[in-house]
Design a protein around this ligand. Structure first.
Ligand code: F6R
Length: 615
């Protein structure tokens, strides 16, 4: 959460900061601000979005060669101009700081600094960093050393960029527990929360590691690592070439990123499965060189994730048990990390995360290691993320950048990866014959086309969306592996349309939620043609008999007919094991079109942000 960018260049860097911020806005949009060095530090802040900041900057004709900027997701202190970054410290000579993360001991440091006469003008934890650096600057007289010294006092997570009025020829940047990278350009040097912000100026990227502190000058840079030493040792970091394309991060012909990402799913899944689509059999090596050894020792699965990624894990549990014969538990990361969890020998711990930076998921994986779990696997969409670096084995979902805050293509690519993993484990455990494996590969090969077909229900879903737009509540029902898909459908609807939506395993309805059903309550049901269809139909009857309005997404061949107050949209085909992946599509489309009808901000829903890097 929060996006930061800094630039030092031969040319005016304000347009670079603004373009970078607009790329980072998905990380938070409660306020935006920038500061440039130009005869002192010139700061512009707004509680509006980056577009509003651009207008202010244009009016004030702000420009300079060194600057830092920020787009905020509020944690400490409400969204307001005085809480917006950059934060200042110092009277005669100022320093400015932008920060992504949370400083856990900010209160103690604040008290200490107040005793030393520092005055605070915001409620943020970030202002503590600014004053602490200013305090240490008095003793060290060098900004780089003052930053290193200050970091030894900070507990929590941070990615920061700092500039100084006195010496505007440099930016100091540091990271611990939040992503930060450097960009090396022809005209200057840059720092940002992610590579998409810097694509405008360079593809040469250095991913900072935990404890790295960097000094950027116009034509040079240095990096030290302060994780164990106060002033650190100089370190060399590899320069990577970013392969991001403008097409991948732009809207193209679409109106919203969520819409683009929904329609990108056939391609995203095809990319994710590329290495098996032309293969005759699946090799465990696609999960890493140690996979064969680790999978041979695996007799239990523990999946840890948050939100949509957690829902992917819940679907995988059905697959792991049915196809691979493996016991599988699925945990919400923020709960697991504080439980007295017991390690079962032979467990493979799987962390699922689109961003690979979700604080709870990272902490829960660390905790799993602490309690004695030996092996971990990351399923993630960001190759350079902390999660990928932390795990023993890894599988990259190749969905491309997901910018809409509501996760869509990340989810279906996670499901495709988890199915691939299940088949791999099943094969190693001799639960599949060669013929079974071939059939599974054929099913996976068919998945991108099947997704394309599923997207064709959009016009019918649009019709339904008009009716949903007037509602305040909705229930979602599913059974078996489609119950987590119902949960995902409810999450999508609530997060972007703000309609209160709850999902239930359909068999649970009569144990309480049926009391909510009346003629004003839309009930969405997922009705695949599987062995539970008969049971589900009975559950739907229970709703129908009480005047509920049923909206059923059924497989093409599901024996279920429309009637008064029972509406059906049929998917183009019935795809057996792939069914949960395909049934996700109409639910995403429903949420999207209901949000359009209600006029909400589809890509940037209120109070949310992508990449939840705080606890
Ligand atoms: C919902 C959504 C969130 C994320 C959750 C975990 O649409 O996007 O629920 O799934 O914050 O994020 P990752 O997958 O990045 O760990």
């Amino acid at each position: 959460m929060c996006g930061i960018i800094g630039a030092i260049s031969n040319a005016n860097i304000v347009p670079i900061l603004l373009e970078g911020l607009s790329r980072l806005e998905y990380r938070g949009y409660d306020s935006a601000g920038l500061v440039v060095a130009n005869h002192g530090l010139q700061r512009v802040r707004t509680t509006g979005r980056v577009a509003e900041l651009s207008n202010l900057v244009a009016t004030q004709k702000t420009q300079g060669f060194t600057g830092i900027a920020h787009t905020r997701w509020a944690t400490h202190g409400k969204p307001s101009e005085h809480n917006a970054h950059p934060h200042f410290s110092g009277k005669e000579t100022k320093i400015a700081v932008v920060h992504n993360g949370i400083i856990e001991n900010h209160e103690a440091i604040r008290t200490k600094l107040q005793q030393h006469g520092f005055h605070f003008s915001s409620e943020t934890d970030t202002e503590v960093i600014a004053h602490l650096i200013a305090f240490n600057l008095k003793q060290t007289t060098d900004l780089f050393k003052a930053v290193c010294l200050s970091l030894t006092e900070l507990q929590g997570a941070y990615a920061i960029a700092v500039i100084e009025e006195e010496n505007p020829e440099r930016i100091i940047a540091a990271r611990k527990g939040a992503p930060l990278l450097l960009g090396l350009g022809k005209e200057g040097h840059y720092v940002a929360s992610d590579a998409s912000a810097l694509l405008q100026v360079t593809r040469d990227i250095i991913y900072l590691e935990e404890g790295d502190v960097a000094e950027l000058n116009r034509h040079s840079y240095k990096i030290v690592n302060c994780l164990h030493h106060q002033f650190g040792e100089p370190v060399q970091r590899i320069v990577h070439e970013s392969h991001l394309t403008n097409e991948a991060i732009g809207l193209g012909t679409y109106t919203h990123y969520m819409q683009k990402e929904i329609f990108e799913q056939p391609g995203a899944v095809a990319n994710t499965l590329e290495m098996v689509l032309n293969a005759e059999s699946i090799s465990p090596n696609i999960f890493g060189s140690k996979a064969e050894k680790i999978f041979s020792a695996t007799n239990n699965i523990l999946i840890i994730a948050c939100g949509t990624s957690y829902h992917a894990g819940l679907v995988a549990r059905y697959w792991m048990e049915t196809i691979a014969g493996l016991p599988c538990s699925v945990e919400i990361a923020s709960e697991y990390r504080y439980r007295d969890a017991i390690a079962v020998p032979g467990t493979l711990v799987i962390g699922i995360s689109q961003s690979g930076e979700t604080a709870d998921t990272l902490a829960a994986l660390n905790y799993a290691k602490e309690v004695g779990h030996q092996y971990s696997l990351a399923i993630c969409n960001v190759p350079e993320s902390a999660l990928i670096r932390q795990a023993d084995l890894r599988f990259l979902t190749r969905a491309g950048p997901e910018i809409g805050v509501a996760s869509t293509k990340a989810f279906t690519t996670q499901l495709a990866s988890l199915l691939l993993l299940t088949v791999t484990l099943a094969k190693m455990r001799k639960k599949l014959t060669i013929n079974d494996e071939k059939q599974m590969i054929a099913a996976l090969r068919h998945l991108p086309i099947a997704l394309q077909h599923a997207l064709q229900v959009e016009p019918q879903v649009k019709d339904w969306a008009k009716r949903f737009a007037e509602k305040n509540h909705a229930l979602f029902l599913g059974r078996g592996a489609h119950y987590p898909i119902a949960m995902e459908g409810a999450l999508k609807l609530k997060e972007i349309s703000y309609i209160h939506a709850e999902a239930y395993a359909a068999g649970e309805l009569k144990h309480g939620p049926l009391a909510l059903v009346d003629n004003d309550m839309p009930v969405v049901a997922i009705a695949p043609n599987d062995q539970l269809l008969g049971k589900l139909k009975s559950n739907l009857q229970e709703v129908h008999a009480r005047g509920g309005r049923l909206y059923v997404f059924a497989d093409a061949d599901a024996n279920i007919e429309s009637s008064e107050h029972l509406y059906i949209i049929r998917l183009a085909e019935h795809t057996g094991i792939l069914s949960p992946i395909l049934h996700t599509i109409p639910l995403q489309l429903l949420a999207y079109h209901v949000a359009l009808e209600r006029g909400t901000d589809v890509d940037k829903p209120r109070n949310l942000a992508k990449a939840v890097t705080v606890e």
